[in-house]
Design a protein around this ligand. Structure first.
Ligand SMILES: Cc1cc2nc3c(=O)[nH]c(=O)nc-3n(C[C@H](O)[C@H](O)[C@H](O)COP(=O)(O)O)c2cc1C
Length: 305
């Protein structure tokens, strides 16, 4: 199409365009190879990895709600070794993979980070400090600034790979959490993870999810996520990766204008596996139509009200 330059650098990670897919909604990339050339997107964030494989919560653990979905998968994953040995080799060259990591204790996060450092195809790491439905760890790390500081400091000491920290929206001050990440040496911040929520089936009078609580994602959370990205952009100089309810190019552009360097597409992958690729092309078309030579120039280009 146009001569618009779509390249961007997110926290030291070179991307061919600013659209990634979000952890937990794109598997290990391998599942989506059949639907599209993965080189159409900037890269993808793989499902959060733990040291050992995990099975996650019993079903029902996923449910559709108005304008979004609830999930309580609870970090089911193949474990870091199987990811490196079985999943990564299936990913075509030239597709930046950001490995998401999780641990029930801080040292376990650091160990996963160490194992992923220097692994070919792993362009960067994303610390999941914010899963809203695991019994230990997860959200606790992202909700308390002192604990978050220790987590970021420990993982930072364990790796020299580009390091993103993914924040929870379930906090009083997102600006405070963003400052903690900056202070402890993170290279960038991804936000937001799913919003803690629940639903009830009035016929059975039971919670819809076996776990009762889950993470709410999809179009309904976009304005909340946008507000948090904008507030984080005011608070820190770190590059931000905006996430939450992005379904089309206009949604993604809103995050860029509010200060995000890149975005991640999550729930939309379930209804359209090519959503992220189409969004990347839509951002370039918007830049072209509006006189921006580089899509990177959209970052922070929000006009005064
Ligand atoms: C089924 C499902 C599983 C998810 N698993 C993870 C995960 O393993 N790690 C993580 O950091 N975020 C996980 N997320 C959160 C998404 O990456 C994203 O932050 C959130 O869904 C908001 O974006 P969206 O509204 O575009 O979906 C998951 C979301 C869904 C819907």
């Amino acid at each position: 199409m146009s001569g618009v330059d779509t390249r961007t650098n997110l926290a030291g990670i070179e991307l061919r365009n600013p659209v990634l897919t979000a952890s937990g909604t794109f598997g290990y990339g391998t599942e989506f190879k059949a639907f599209m050339d993965l080189r159409r997107i900037g890269g993808f964030v793989a499902k959060s990895l733990t040291l050992e494989p995990r099975f996650g919560n019993p079903p029902p653990r996923i449910a559709e709600v108005r304008a979004g979905m609830l999930n309580a998968i609870s970090l089911e994953n193949v474990g870091v070794e199987a990811f490196i040995n079985e999943k990564l080799p299936e990913i075509p060259d030239g597709v930046p993979v950001i490995a998401s990591l999780f641990g029930t204790e801080i040292p376990a996060y650091a160990e996963v980070a160490k194992r992923l450092t220097g692994v070919p195809k792993v362009a960067g790491l994303e610390v999941n400090a914010s899963c809203p439905h695991v019994k230990s760890g997860g959200i606790e790390f992202g909700q308390n600034p002192v604990v978050l500081a220790e987590l970021v400091r420990t993982v930072r000491a364990a790796t020299d790979a580009p390091l993103l920290v993914k924040l929870s929206p379930n906090v009083t001050s997102i600006a405070e959490m963003a400052r903690v990440c900056e202070g402890e040496g993170a290279d960038g911040i991804s936000l937001i993870n799913a919003v803690q929520a629940m639903d009830v089936d009035v016929r059975s009078r039971r919670p819809v999810l076996k776990n009762i609580l889950g993470g709410f994602s999809g179009p309904a959370i976009l304005p909340l996520a946008l507000r948090m990205v904008w507030q984080a952009a005011q608070a820190v100089k770190l590059p931000l990766c905006g996430i939450g309810g992005i379904t089309d190019a206009d949604d993604a552009i809103k995050f860029l204008l509010c200060g995000a360097t890149a975005v991640q597409v999550g729930t939309a992958n379930y209804t359209n596996p090519m959503a992220a690729a189409e969004i990347a092309e839509g951002i370039a078309a918007y830049a072209d139509a509006n006189g921006f030579a580089r899509t990177a120039d959209l970052t922070g280009a929000l006009e005064a009200p």
